[in-house]
Design a binder for this molecule. Structure first.
Ligand code: HEM
Length: 404
């Protein structure tokens, strides 16, 4: 039986609710960082969300993420839903199966393939920004951060661009609908739609979008079945849009709160490229989770089979033992330091879309900084955010001064 609250000794207990702490709605990042501020322990156990361990230490989190045999990735979620079917491919697959999926998927997401997408990403970014930045006050999330990755994703996957409003609505509903049933219904609609997309791609035989590439992918005579391509397309939909939008909006919030820093980027938008990893470290937002496959000792503590171990990347990416002066935006950190944030996770499941994600973030921010001289939070309006496995913003009301 997994660890129960009553079994946890007092010094290991904490009261963190990563899903519903009221502070998450007002300032999700600030709320999470306040938890870290109050902590000196490498890990603790909270009774909220089914009861789970929560890791604050970067090195301990790294150890867990890099041991996929002892710490499984099914089911992903806080609280974990052990009944969930079908599994998310490749994230929720076991080590053997996962290796096969990664071998087949890597060619589609490797840097040389992603580089070729830059022009299309920039065209989309320019089109959306030029329309959104005609006014002095806007919701950066709804007007910029969501539409760009959704359109990029639809074009890359060969989805119908005229269905973009429907995709926003499903995607928004999957992550933010008030009830579990509504969220599940949106997931079902996305899944059914993608099933049709894969079937159509099979009939068309050839093309250069990601669904075609996945159907054609072959490594040492092995191919993905259409069902597997459907499963992968579903995870890509859920992993590839909201994440980029969250990252963009948290970064622009950082800019709005730090006008001096933003001014440097406005004067030299090309410097964004060298700052992306540091921006990702400071704005990491996914709380990853792993399930203990068997009873195991971790950092001198006894964990039980079935225990949910949660790794908030927002916290482990600011561990002062790994990142000196962790709250300081410092692009002068060593390469090793810059590369080891947990925004994309670590180990076998480290984000396969990270080159595309970094490209999108760099290009959108370059074009934004070029066009906007000053950005600030709209006076009298508040940001609205949420917690959960993907902490983030629901609105980001900003005012801008356009560059002349
Ligand atoms: C800034 C944007 C992004 C962030 C912060 C991000 C973050 C992450 C993280 C933390 C994981 C690891 C999850 C875990 O180990 O439990 C992950 C996995 C994954 N991501 Fe991303 N991601 C981003 C964008 C993307 C994009 C654009 C795509 C593809 C279109 C993508 C596809 C995936 C896939 C397929 C996995 C599962 C990999 C595996 O299990 O081997 N992600 N991502």
């Amino acid at each position: 039986m997994p660890t129960q609250w009553n079994d946890v000794p007092e010094p290991l207990r904490c009261d963190i609710d990563i899903v519903a702490d009221p502070g998450l709605a007002e300032d999700p990042q600030g709320c999470m960082l306040a938890w870290l501020e109050a902590e000196s322990r490498p890990m603790a156990f909270t009774p909220h969300n089914g009861g789970h361990w929560i890791i604050f230490s970067h090195s301990l989190a790294h150890k867990v993420l890099c041991d996929a045999r002892a710490f499984g990735s099914f089911p992903i979620g806080v609280p974990p839903n052990f009944q969930q079917r079908p599994r998310l491919i490749p994230l929720e697959s076991g080590p053997e199966e996962h290796r096969r999926y990664r071998r087949l998927l890597l060619p589609v997401f490797q840097p040389t393939v992603v580089q070729k997408m830059e022009r299309a990403v920039r065209e989309t970014a320019i089109r959306v920004l030029d329309e959104a930045l005609t006014v002095d006050a806007l919701d950066f999330l709804a007007d910029v951060a969501k539409p760009i990755p959704t359109r990029v994703f639809a074009e890359q996957m060969g989805l119908e661009v005229d269905m973009l409003p429907q995709f926003y609505a499903w995607e928004q509903g999957f992550y933010r609908a008030p009830t579990v049933e509504e969220r599940a219904a949106c997931g079902q609609k996305i899944s059914e739609h993608l099933q049709g997309v894969v079937a159509r791609h099979q009939e068309q035989q050839s093309g250069d979008d990601i669904v075609h590439l996945l159907l054609a992918a072959e490594v040492e005579g092995e191919k993905l079945t259409p069902e597997e391509v459907h499963g992968i397309a579903y995870l890509l939909f859920l992993a590839g849009i909201d994440t980029v939008a969250s990252m963009l909006s948290l970064t622009v919030l950082q800019f709005a709160r730090n006008p001096g820093q933003y001014s440097g980027f406005h004067q030299n938008p090309e410097s964004i490229g060298g700052s992306v990893d540091e921006l990702l470290r400071l704005n990491a937002f996914i709380s990853l989770n792993r399930i203990c496959e068997a009873d195991i000792e971790l950092d001198g503590l006894q964990l039980k089979a079935g225990d949910n171990v949660v790794i908030p990347s927002a916290l482990t990416s600011r561990d002062p033992n790994t990142f000196p002066v962790p709250d300081l935006f410092n692009t002068g950190r060593s390469r090793t330091e810059l590369n080891q944030h947990h925004a994309f996770g670590a180990g076998a499941h480290k984000c396969i879309g990270l080159h595309l994600a970094k490209l999108e973030v760099r290009v959108v921010l370059e074009e934004f900084c070029r066009r906007v001289e000053r950005v600030s939070l709209s006076p009298g309006k508040t940001i609205v955010g949420h917690g959960g496995t993907t902490m983030g913003l629901d609105t980001l009301p900003i005012e801008i001064v356009r560059a002349s």
